[in-house]
Structures are given as structure tokens and as C-alpha cells.
Design a protein around this ligand. Structure first.
Ligand SMILES: NC(=O)c1ccc[n+]([C@@H]2O[C@H](COP(=O)([O-])OP(=O)(O)OC[C@H]3O[C@@H](n4cnc5c(N)ncnc54)[C@H](OP(=O)(O)O)[C@@H]3O)[C@@H](O)[C@H]2O)c1
Length: 261
């Protein structure tokens, strides 16, 4: 990826956390950005900081009708995109014995189907940037989660939606990877408004700025996937090979620390 060559990127979930940090990093490198979230006012404030570089495109990624016509109705003159960063997402926890169906529906509609809607909306524009040079292919980078490596308490809705998102991206790569790089970004814990609700220890917690820089740095090599931070990836990767230890030793400790019996 030519980060110094003023490319054109679309960032969803741009008003907060990792998406916002990515916007700032990319705008400082003078890339042109189209930024989305549901909050037009917040998008406008961010755009004011870089008026020559940022255009706003408010949308709800879970709104199928709106997303199907997003660029054709709201940005009809836009011809191409060099890459997209799919950061829009929500975290919904479950408190058993209540299987809160609303939480499942919201997580699936935004995290999974929102990713599908975003890829479908951007696909024609990414296709117009197809290049024969390997590191100049357009790309789709989607923020997935290491929570999908293993079962985590209360993550029945969130973790499943992020696992579906990751599978979707890997499958999409199998179909279009010769023309467009599709890169799931598996994140550990990042200190954002989303994780502010977490009432448990978050090992290897990183800042949104560290996450954004780490993603952009690794993206230059066009890997099949990005794991960030690598230390949590290594720990969870080991436990995913030792699942009895995870479910019989580590998970009961997590439950006890939350006083859940
Ligand atoms: N933070 C972590 O530790 C962590 C770990 C693993 C994965 N991730 C993933 O990384 C991504 C960003 O997380 P974050 O921590 O930066 O979260 P965040 O600070 O809560 O930001 C989420 C962003 O998504 C937008 N959004 C939410 N629902 C939307 C919708 N229906 N349509 C359009 N935009 C929507 C929000 O803006 P509006 O509400 O204004 O629309 C906001 O800009 C998420 O996909 C998350 O699952 C985060």
C-alpha cells in the first residue's frame, strides 16, 4: 500500500475508537477519506479538522435499503476507492439465564450483515481500482475479534457475530482475492468507548492510536490476516490448541472473578 501517495479510502465506524484513530493517522498522511457512522454531527466535526481531505457519508450499516444505494445516491460522482476499513461495530453482552434476542439481532445486523452491506456497497468502486501490481491492489480491511478464537463468557452474541464476519471475509477472499486483498484484522483489547463497559481484566490492552498504527504498518505487507496485539494472539492461539485447559481452568477463574456461579 502506498501510504504516501494520497489514496482514497472509506472508513466506517469513523466517529469513535479505532475508526477515528485510523482517520486521523490517514489524514495526517494526506490521504483522501470518506468517513461514515450514524452520527452526522460527529462526522462533521472530524471533517472540519481536515476539510480538504475528508468527506462525510453518514449511514447505518445495518440498513439494507440505505446501504444498497449508498454511493449511487449520496456520492454519484465517486468513481473508485483504493481501500476500505470496516470499523463499524457494537458489543452486546448476554446475561444468562436471559437469552436476549435483541442483543443477538443487533450484533448480527451491525457486525455481520453491516460488513456484508459495506462490502457490497464498495465492491464496484474497489473493482475500478484493480491493479496488476501486487502491493497496489485495492483492499478490504475488516475489524474482527480474537474473541472468535475460543468461547468467552457473555460473548454469545458479540463473539458469534464477529466469527461470522471473519468467515465472510475469508470466504470473500476466496472469491475475489485475485483482484482485491481481503484482510481480516483480529484485534485483542483496545481502550475505546466499546471496552469501557468491560468489568474484567483486559490483558495486553492497547490504545486506539497503537491499534491504528499497528494496522496500517502491517497492511503495507498485505498479509492474509492481521493479529494485534501479537502477544494476546499467541496466548489465545495456544489455548485454542489446549481447549480443555481453557474451559476447565481459565474460564472458571474468569467466572469466579465476576462472581458468576
Ligand atoms: N475495542 C476493542 O477492544 C475491540 C476488540 C476487537 C474488535 N473490535 C472491533 O473494532 C471495531 C471498532 O471498535 P471500537 O472499539 O473502536 O468501537 P467504538 O469506539 O464503540 O466505535 C464504534 C463505531 O461504530 C459506529 N457504528 C456503530 N453502529 C453503527 C451502525 N449501525 N452503522 C454505522 N456505524 C455504526 C459508531 O458510530 P455511531 O454509533 O455514531 O454510528 C462508532 O463510530 C468494532 O467492529 C469492534 O467489534 C474492537
Amino acid at each position: 500500500m502506498e501510504l504516501t501517495n494520497q489514496q482514497k479510502y472509506w472508513i466506517t465506524g469513523a466517529t469513535s475508537g479505532i475508526g477515528r484513530a485510523l482517520c486521523i493517522e490517514l489524514a495526517q498522511l494526506e490521504h483522501k477519506l470518506i468517513i461514515s457512522s450514524r452520527n452526522a454531527e460527529e462526522l462533521g466535526k472530524l471533517a472540519l479538522e481536515y476539510p480538504k481531505l475528508i468527506q462525510i457519508l453518514p449511514c447505518d450499516v445495518s440498513n439494507n435499503e440505505e446501504m444498497a444505494e449508498l454511493f449511487s445516491t449520496k456520492m454519484p460522482t465517486l468513481k473508485n476507492l483504493d481501500g476500505i476499513f470496516l470499523c463499524a461495530g457494537v458489543c452486546e453482552y448476554i446475561d444468562l439465564p436471559k437469552f436476549n434476542l435483541d442483543a443477538f439481532q443487533k450484533a448480527v445486523a451491525i457486525n455481520y450483515l453491516g460488513t456484508v452491506n459495506s462490502c457490497a456497497a464498495a465492491y464496484p468502486l474497489l473493482s475500478n481500482s484493480v491493479s496488476d501490481m501486487p502491493n497496489k491492489k485495492p483492499f478490504i480491511a475488516g475489524l474482527c475479534s480474537m474473541s472468535s478464537y475460543l468461547g468467552f463468557p457473555r460473548a454469545e452474541a458479540y463473539g458469534a457475530s464477529k466469527a461470522a464476519m471473519a468467515y465472510f471475509l475469508n470466504s470473500l477472499r476466496a472469491d475475489i482475492g485475485d483482484k482485491i486483498d481481503v484482510i481480516p484484522v483480529y484485534l485483542g483489547f483496545v481502550k475505546t468507548p466499546m471496552t469501557a463497559q468491560n468489568d474484567f481484566p483486559m490483558p495486553f490492552l492497547i490504545s486506539p492510536e497503537e491499534a491504528a498504527r499497528g494496522i496500517l504498518n502491517k497492511l503495507t505487507k498485505r498479509p492474509l490476516r492481521i493479529n494485534l496485539p501479537w502477544r494476546l494472539h499467541a496466548v489465545l492461539g495456544t489455548f485454542s490448541k489446549l481447549q480443555r485447559l481453557w474451559y476447565q481452568t481459565i474460564i472458571p477463574r474468569m467466572r469466579r472473578s465476576r462472581n458468576v456461579t
